[in-house]
Design a protein around this ligand. Structure first.
Ligand SMILES: [Zn+2]
Length: 124
């Protein structure tokens, strides 16, 4: 029996030999596994608020060698509020006015510290 399926990773149509086959190739299987591991590491780092690990994962994504990064490069919303000394509402106003650019990691909002520093430069 032959089945036409779409690879879970690259979405290419392929002929599966078994109903349990999910990938067009071993390579895709491996790559998807690595991607899932990476997502898991990000989730874990987020839950622990481990910004050092997050930065390392992001650096790796950009193809850079993993180097010790400043812990405060990325801030979550409460940390960004504290850094600016403003309320959550004020921070979201700044975000809505595009004064502060944010990054989304899953459902979480990550603010780059450099973005917040830019803000002071514009207002001066
Ligand atoms: Zn594939």
């Amino acid at each position: 029996m032959k089945l036409q399926k779409n690879c879970l990773y690259c979405n290419t149509e392929f002929t599966a030999r078994a109903t349990t086959t999910k990938y067009c190739s071993h390579k895709c299987n491996q790559r998807h596994y690595k991607q899932k591991q990476r997502d898991k590491n990000i989730e874990k780092a987020l839950s622990e608020n481990n910004l050092r690990v997050l930065s390392a994962i992001r650096a790796k994504d950009r193809g850079q060698s993993v180097q010790p990064v400043q812990q405060e490069e990325f801030l979550n919303v409460p940390q960004a509020c504290e850094f600016l000394g403003v309320s959550r509402g004020t921070l979201y106003n700044l975000i809505n006015k595009n004064c502060v650019k944010i990054n989304k990691l899953g459902r979480r909002t990550i603010v780059k510290k450099s973005e917040l520093l830019n803000l002071f430069e514009y207002e001066n």
